[in-house]
Design a protein around this ligand. Structure first.
Ligand code: FEO
Length: 422
């Protein structure tokens, strides 16, 4: 039984004079790219733009939906009319039907971003590697109407770009401003409330690249956009600017910068018998002694991952403390660390500590994870067997102080008291 709004229709849908949606619907998809939940399925949107001198196809669809895609093309154009194929993004959900389209329209010129070349090579495996690499400002004249390109790298791959049809004010935006939400009514003013899906998609696809989102918005907000035509989800024809504005809101610091000139250091810990907690408290106290740092202390066991991730996104540094159990850090620590892939943490400062019984691998494992996320880990972490001694607690205090000095740029200028080296 078809659910309301997701019935498959055969034909293309006109979104503006001479501009058609020729995408496909995947209403039963429940997980996208292994990790994203898709309660409403998704769509793979593609578009056709007709000019006086021929037709341009913008993006294709996932390979196993090719039949629907070609049927929709055939409902509005002949293959020999296609003179341009534009791929805003090379991921297979948008490029999967390209090889077949090139066979059916061999005369068509292929336009991609220069950074898409290695991906095109991986897709076509030498079948046909002729393409035109386009840059911001390049354009293709279709006769009476022009497609203009601009690079929007890392929304959300290096190759991503947008295509602009000025005479209709249509931005073909690729994954940006998309969402996994399938509804045959197609347009944002007809499909019901999909805001949760829009925000969820942003959080999982665009959030790690929010600095790039803000750069792209500088270009996009200058355009007189009447329709945003993304590669997933509804076509945004009703007040499209509010979706640009929503991206700006979502890409701006969620918690605001309320700490003035202070650097922010977060100390996370989890502790079975209080030892790792005691170490955390000494590290926090040492960091405070150094000055110039706002230090916050959190017990991972008592918190939820999502707000911790928000905090980390805005912080300058984090240290993570875990006991070692069976040669590993404990699961709540990994739950937190595995969630950091959804935000940008590169170049933040990191460190690790923890108490242990036998071998104490957790500290090194956490450090490896932080380095893998491209954090700077300037100091070897602190470990203590079972209950930390006074000496070990002093090491923790010193660790916190030195980390804060690194963070505030004071470490290089430290005056070394030679007496302490004796
Ligand atoms: Fe929808 Fe990045 O592919």
């Amino acid at each position: 039984m078809n659910r309301p709004g997701v019935a498959q229709s055969e034909g293309a849908v006109e979104i503006a004079p001479g501009v058609h949606w020729i995408g496909v619907r995947d209403p039963d998809l429940r997980t996208f790219d292994i990790i994203l939940k898709t309660a409403n399925g998704t769509t793979y949107n593609a578009y056709a733009v007709r000019g006086n001198d021929g037709v341009a196809i913008i993006d294709t669809v996932k390979a196993n939906f090719a039949d629907d895609f070609f049927r929709r093309i055939e409902s509005i154009a002949r293959y020999d009319e296609i003179r341009a194929i534009v791929l805003n993004h090379m991921e297979p959900d948008h490029s999967g039907s390209l090889p077949e389209l090139l066979k059916r329209a061999p005369q068509a010129k292929l336009y991609i971003s220069g950074r898409g070349r290695p991906m095109l090579k991986g897709l076509l495996h030498g079948d046909r590697l002729e393409f035109t690499a386009v840059h911001t400002g390049d354009s293709v004249d279709l006769g009476g109407r022009t497609l203009r390109f601009f690079q929007t790298p890392f929304l959300h791959w290096p190759d991503t770009m947008c295509t602009w049809l000025a005479d209709e004010g249509i931005l073909f935006s690729g994954d940006a401003f998309g969402c996994h939400y399938c509804d045959a009514r197609l347009f944002n003013d007809a499909v019901g409330d999909f805001r949760f899906s829009f925000d969820y998609y942003y959080a999982h696809i665009m959030r790690p690249f929010r600095a790039h989102v803000l750069e792209a918005l500088e270009q996009i907000e200058a355009l007189p956009v009447r329709i945003v035509a993304p590669s997933h989800g509804p076509v945004l024809r009703d007040r499209p600017q509010r979706y640009l504005q929503r991206y700006r809101e979502l890409s701006s610091p969620a918690l605001g910068k309320e700490t003035g000139e202070l650097k922010t250091l977060l100390v996370f810990y989890i502790s079975a018998y209080g030892s790792t907690r005691a170490m955390a408290e000494e590290i926090a106290a040492g960091a405070e002694e150094a000055g110039g740092v706002l230090v916050s202390l959190y017990d991972i066991e008592g918190g939820e991952v999502a707000p911790f991730v928000d905090l980390i996104e805005e912080a300058d540094a984090l240290v993570v403390g875990s006991p070692t159990i069976n040669g590993d850090a404990v699961k709540p620590v990994w739950d937190l660390l595995s969630s950091l892939a959804t935000i940008q943490v590169r170049s933040k400062m990191g460190g690790a500590f923890g108490s242990y019984g036998w071998t104490g691998e957790a500290v090194g494992m956490i450090e490896d994870r932080l380095r893998g996320l491209k954090l700077r880990v300037p100091m070897k972490g602190v470990r203590a067997r079972l209950i930390p001694t006074e000496v070990e607690l002093a090491e923790c205090r010193s660790f916190g102080r030195d980390l804060a000095l690194h963070l505030t740029g004071q470490m290089e200028n430290q005056i070394i008291d030679m007496a302490t080296l004796a």
